[in-house]
Design a protein around this ligand. Sequence first.
Ligand SMILES: Nc1ncnc2c1ncn2[C@@H]1O[C@H](COP(=O)(O)OP(=O)(O)OP(=O)(O)O)[C@@H](O)[C@H]1O
Length: 605
Amino acid sequence: MSSFRDIVGYFSKYRAIAFLSIAASSLFEIIDLIVPYCVGQILNVLSNQPLDLPLTALIALVQNIGNFPESKWLSLGVLLGIVFVVTVVRSPIQPWIGVWYHWAIALEARKDHFSQVVAKILTLPLGYYDENNPGRIAGRIARGIENHTWTYPEVAGQLIPKLGRILGIFVMILLIEPPIAIAFLISFVLILGYSLKHLSLIIKKEELLEKHQENTESRTSEIITNIKTVKSFATEAQEYRRQQQRFNREFKYVNYRIHKGYVNLITWSRTVIQTCVFLVLLFTLVSTVQGNITLGHFITTLTISSMAYAELEPISQLAEIFARRYASMKRLHDFMQLESGADAASLTIENIKDNPYKFTGKLEFQDLSFGYDRDRLILKDINLLIQPYQTVALVGRSGSGKSTLVKLLFRYFEPQQGAIKIDGANINTLDTARYRRRLAIVHQDVDIFNGTVWDNLTYGNPNAEREKVLQACRIARVDEFIHELPNGYLTVVGERGVRLSGGQKQRLGIARALVVDPDILIFDEATSSLDYESERSIQLAMKSILGTRTTLIIAHRLSTIREADLIVVLDGGKIIETGSHEELLNQGGIYQRLHSLQETGEIFN
Ligand SMILES: Nc1ncnc2c1ncn2[C@@H]1O[C@H](COP(=O)(O)OP(=O)(O)OP(=O)(O)O)[C@@H](O)[C@H]1O
């Protein structure tokens, strides 16, 4: 769990420049106080009252240097000169020292945040994505980063300098009238202390709201992803009502628990502040009438203490904004602190040709056991030896663990027990990215990126030679449909490949896998969305691939795996039969039963 310290600590990289720019902004806030001080002194000049000693000394100095005669005009000129410097002269300087750096830091931090977040997304274990959908993750990241970006300039450029100004005011009043300064200090500590305590309670509610919002966003994202299902079942009205109910629930929570809390706080602090301003007026007036302070000091004290109390309101507003954003910033840091997976790949680009790994494709699964939950094993004591260039088919009922075995081969998850070895090396000891680059898989549902067909074909090997890509396309029969697309290989396929049919996507997936020239090729129901004719031609193409590398085929349709050297039958996470098609048929076991079911037209499920 992250904390306030993590949020502040995030900016430690910029600490030197942040410190200087915040100090400069605070100094400018304090310099502002010179104006009411000078106005008070001008009043003293005009009403023939004595000036403060430092000013008298300064005027005497100017008089000596310029050889000016002593006069009211000289005193007024010096005072006006000071006001000119601290207002007009400093105006063009302040934004470049303050605003510029506060935003430069925030924007650079934003850029860093985005790249760290993408790195985290790329290195989190696959299991995280099983539990959190894209909407939830994207919402958390976007809100967290935006709030982080906006908060820094407000805190660095306003909140801290304003507190600095209040400190300056306290020192000034202390020099003029100490008892008023003490009362002023006590009132500030009380107001700020109470506000902070109240805000910490509201922050807890904000954290809960943040979780509700993530759930709502998650559902919205599911609606988008599953929009075809929503439309086909005509459940738009239910979905709409469900989301509306969530929004209403969130609104009630925000309005009556959080927002009301803020308004209560503002009401309370405003009343206390105005009471304090009135009391300062009363006390300074009494002091002036008693002759303890001059008219000029009366005006100065009154003006700057009003300024100080007036600052309290923006300060509590800034604190409120910070509180409102705090929960989402914390959730972002929680995300950043998630542990990367043991399989996290290096994020340094490496040319595929420089990969030092090249395998013969000998695979050994040794005493392998695995469960997504520790107490429920999905694969149990798997022992299997696959020789180089062999074609091995994994078959079994749905849920028997075929895909899980492949996920372990890719190192998406770590086995609880046992090992997978490639050419005798435990895959856990290999560099993940380099190892995975020697494998290729064609999934049931081929992921397509928005871009051209060519971009998708060369996704795993952007520098692939043209002839190699075209050859892969011929084998996977991509060349059969490419001419139907408006711009051939340069046709933009749209997000998730919406402009391609299921069969076209699968053929593209097969070609893409061939382009990386893998040592181990896996087909996960790769021909399931093809029509009979396409499937047949793919099978013929696959025939020419088989034997050129180790190939694993997960197939429900037994017709696609007849050619396999070895058929492995899984049931309940265990290997229960192995052998060739004929051997297994003769054994009269589960394979034979499943085979006869298919012969009668039933699907292997
Ligand atoms: N990410 C996951 N988290 C938890 N359980 C999972 C996960 N993925 C799969 N399972 C469970 O593991 C078991 C095996 O699933 P797996 O996908 O490996 O089976 P399969 O043989 O490939 O099935 P199918 O032929 O239907 O694709 C199933 O009981 C499934 O519910």
